[in-house]
Design a binder for this molecule. Structure first.
Ligand SMILES: [Zn+2]
Length: 134
């Protein structure tokens, strides 16, 4: 269970961090662009033109806002992918052997789960992963 929990948390945190960074970038760009485009009749094309025209100055490097938007969107997509992979890692293996932390009975399931009802003592438990078999 411990190993799976680490995978779970790492991927979870990484995925959400990427999504958060992406969203922050997108919001920051939108925040900067909005006063320049909201009065326009066609906001979307005005936004596109503005994003290609304006640049964000990092001090050592200038980046077009459109590229920032792409990177932000890319970070979100990658974050979602990481979250999806996390799920695959979590459910890897066709059969896993789980152990109840209370009654110490073991049982086989097709998918590892963080929370499951123990079939022996019928308590809702966080089972220990004993073995993963392909
Ligand atoms: Zn039990």
């Amino acid at each position: 269970m411990k190993r799976i929990t680490i995978h779970y948390v790492t991927h979870y945190v990484l995925g959400f961090a990427l999504c958060l960074v992406g969203l922050t970038v997108l919001l920051a760009v939108l925040w900067k662009a909005w006063p320049n485009v909201f009065a326009s009749q066609d906001v979307l094309s005005a936004l596109e033109v503005y994003l290609w025209a304006d640049e964000f100055d990092f001090g050592f490097y200038r980046l077009k806002l459109m590229h920032l938007v792409m990177m932000g969107a890319g970070a979100i997509v990658f974050g979602v992918l990481v979250l999806a992979v996390r799920r695959q890692v979590f459910y890897a293996g066709e059969h896993v052997l789980l152990q109840c932390p209370f009654c110490k009975n073991q049982w086989k399931v097709s998918r590892a789960k963080a929370q499951v009802e123990c079939p022996h003592c019928l308590q809702f438990v966080q089972p220990t992963l004993v073995k993963t078999r392909k």
